[in-house]
Design a protein around this ligand. Structure first.
Ligand SMILES: [Zn+2]
Ligand SMILES: [Zn+2]
Length: 133
C-alpha cells in the first residue's frame, strides 16, 4: 500500500503531490515490467526475468537533487542475480546533475521535510493525504 503526500512551501507557491512506497502491481517482476516507464530499465527487467535467482526491490521514492534541490518522484529499482546487478539511475530534469542512487522512502513519515526546490529558503510542509492503490 503506497502513501501520498502533499508538499507545499509557505513562502512561495511551490506545491506537489508525491506518491511513495509500493502499489498493487509490484509483487512480481513480470508485473513491474508491464508498467515500468523507463525503456532501459524495462529492458533490464526482461533480462533479469529469465534468471530464477533474481532478487529485486522496487518502490516509488523521492529523489532529491544535491545540487539544485529539485524533487523527482520516481521509481527506485534494484535488480540482483548471481551474476549481474542493475540500479535504475536518474539525472535531475532541471540541472542534469546525477541524482543520488537512493531516494527518500520512509523518511517523510518520520518528520523529514525537504527544502523547497523553488525558493530554496523554506522547509516544505508535508501532509499525508491518501493511500494510493
Ligand atoms: Zn538539480
Ligand atoms: Zn518555496
Amino acid at each position: 500500500m503506497g502513501v501520498a503526500y502533499k508538499l507545499h512551501c509557505e513562502r512561495c507557491s511551490y506545491n506537489q503531490n508525491v506518491y511513495m512506497g509500493v502499489g498493487f502491481r509490484y509483487g512480481y517482476l513480470s508485473e513491474i515490467e508491464e508498467w515500468f516507464e523507463d525503456p532501459a530499465g524495462k529492458e533490464r527487467i526482461r533480462e533479469f526475468m529469465k534468471d530464477d535467482h533474481t532478487k529485486y526491490n522496487c518502490f516509488h521514492g523521492l529523489y532529491v537533487c544535491e545540487k539544485c534541490k529539485y524533487l523527482l518522484n520516481a521509481h527506485y529499482l534494484h535488480l540482483q542475480s548471481d551474476t549481474d546487478s542493475y540500479l535504475q539511475s536518474y539525472d535531475c530534469p532541471r540541472c542534469s546533475e546525477k541524482m543520488p542512487s537512493i531516494p527518500i522512502d520512509k523518511e517523510l513519515d518520520h518528520g523529514y521535510s525537504p527544502t523547497c526546490p523553488e525558493c530554496g529558503e523554506e522547509k516544505l510542509s508535508v501532509e499525508g493525504f491518501l493511500d494510493w492503490d
